[in-house]
Design a protein around this ligand. Structure first.
Ligand code: GAP
Length: 481
């Protein structure tokens, strides 16, 4: 049975993964705080991504850029003019909706009449400096990738990379979403992990396909179930020509022509040849985009977008800044504006998907157990050390020593606050990989069964093995590394 969102939200709160931001004041829609286990899981997700796309490859380098930057960036990128959602208000109950969330022309809450649809700018505005006027307006970035484009030449010059190469960044992004919701699925403050992978224009299609496969495999290698993932292509615009031909891509009317951005380049078509343009669902910068979707409790929804952005961004920034943003190809002696393939993933959304996917309920002979079967690289806590008696100094001392030794290598915890059955259930519910139990037999030389060994219990199989106390770290290292 797939888990419902309420169960996950409640587990997250009860166990310290995610809390509502400023809950004591009633929270604030679209803002969340990550508790002690949430921080670990989130950091593991980011590390797993960084390891796969930067550390293990020699063609991608990293960047950590500012959240607020020169507002001209957002004019050039198209965000000031284009970024936002169409929204309507209900004239009766005053609620606000995104038009693409509506099915009819009445308010879904009260059946009231709706206003005309209008564009809502979703970038958060702020002011830089002491004066709050138009000249000091700046924006919180709505995506992390633009500073990759504005740093393109800096990084090219300092890293000396050759095409194809990529730049990766993890960082906060902000969008004043009209309808945040579904827990941490759609937030107003969130994190993104983005790669801009620059290629020769003629290689864009090939790399787009490769990235799609690479990204799908990343989730599967981290234990996500294949049946919960699927690929959907964004519907392109369709340009119907007088000749009867239908062209696909990202179409824009400019004066008396139609510019059609396609994965292979931009075509210009005389307006009189065009009978109609059927708008699709592509973002303004992309002629082709795949969504990697996850089967969330509210239905299949975007987890990661993998877009071909062509040379749109570098060209825009070059035109607006007056700087040359090209790559000099030493083989052909030519300056080229590379195309870019962009795999773009939300950390919070990815966190949610891994959490949902890991959730299992199992019926044991006497009770039900809830277990988060995280991949070992993602589990927030790798080892829990559990002393069986907290009033026996020898047991406590041995358990504390093992816990301290484990902490040097992995996230580990020490818990003596309940009976062992309860402690196991608690660790299962947060996905701890191994529990090490120290008992009388382990630490009391006068005990008739003394063996100096402790128990290591496996989260998924619940199998227990006994190993010498001084070998615990070695045995765990084999399993964890
Ligand atoms: N640079 C391209 C870009 O930002 P996007 O499809 O708008 O494209 C990419 O966002 C990813 O960022 C999404 O697939 C999703 O994982 C995440 N994301 C976008 N908006 C979000 C939001 N409001 N809350 C949480 N994650 C979001």
């Amino acid at each position: 049975m797939p888990v419902d969102m309420d169960t996950i939200v409640s587990l997250c709160k009860r166990r310290g993964f995610v809390f509502q931001s400023a809950e004591i004041y009633g929270g604030l829609g679209g803002f969340w705080d990550y508790g002690p286990l949430g921080v670990e899981l989130k950091s593991n997700v980011k590390q797993a991504w960084w390891k796969a796309v930067v550390q293990e490859r020699d063609d991608i380098v990293g960047l950590d850029s500012s959240i607020i930057t020169n507002p001209r960036v957002w004019v050039a990128s198209g965000h000031v003019a284009q970024f936002g959602d169409m929204m309507v208000d209900c004239k009766e109950c005053k609620k606000r909706f995104r038009t693409d969330d509506l099915t009819g022309d009445q308010c879904p809450e009260c059946g009231g009449e709706l206003t005309e649809a209008r564009k809502f700018q979703t970038m958060f505005k702020t002011f830089v400096g002491p004066v709050e006027d138009e000249a000091s307006v700046a924006y919180l970035r709505p995506e992390t990738c633009q500073s990759i484009f504005t740093n393109f030449v800096n990084i090219l010059n300092t890293s000396r990379k050759k095409l194809p190469f990529g730049i990766a960044q993890i960082g906060k992004a902000f969008r004043n979403e009209i309808t945040p919701g579904n827990f941490i699925f759609r937030d107003r403050e969130f994190e993104q992990m983005e790669i801009e992978y620059f290629v020769h224009p003629h290689q864009a299609k090939e790399f787009h396909q490769r990235w799609l496969e690479d990204r799908l495999n990343w989730f599967i290698n981290l234990g996500m179930r294949r049946e919960n993932l699927r690929v959907q292509e964004h519907e392109p615009d369709k340009v119907h020509l007088r000749s009867g031909e239908v062209l696909r891509g990202n179409a824009k009317r400019v004066n008396d022509v139609v510019e059609l951005m396609t994965p292979d380049g931009t075509q210009t078509i005389a307006a009189e040849e065009v009978v109609a343009i059927e708008k699709g669902e592509l973002a303004h910068y992309s002629p082709q985009c795949f969504d990697l979707q996850y089967n969330f409790p509210m239905g299949w929804s975007e987890l990661e977008g993998i877009a071909n952005r062509t040379d749109f961004d570098l060209t825009q920034h070059s035109q607006h800044s007056g700087e040359k943003l090209t790559y000099f190809d030493p083989q052909t002696n030519e300056h080229v504006v590379p195309y870019v393939i962009e795999p773009s993933l939300g950390v919070d959304r990815c966190f949610l998907a891994f959490l949902l996917d890991a959730y299992h309920e199992e019926q044991l002979p006497k009770e039900k157990r809830t277990v988060l079967k995280f991949h070992k690289d993602l589990a927030p806590i790798k080892v829990a050390v559990l002393p069986l008696a907290r009033n026996r100094p020898e047991i406590v001392e041995m358990a504390k020593k093992i816990s301290a030794d484990c902490r040097k290598r992995w996230s580990a915890t020490y818990d003596d606050t309940a009976a062992i059955g309860r402690l196991y259930r608690r660790q299962d519910e947060i996905g701890t990989l191994y529990c090490v139990t120290v008992d009388h037999q382990s630490a009391l030389p006068h005990d008739e069964k003394y063996d100096g060994k402790v128990t290591i219990r496996d989260r998924d199989t619940m199998e227990q093995i006994r190993v010498s106390a001084d070998q615990v770290v070695n045995v765990l290292r084999e399993k964890l590394e």
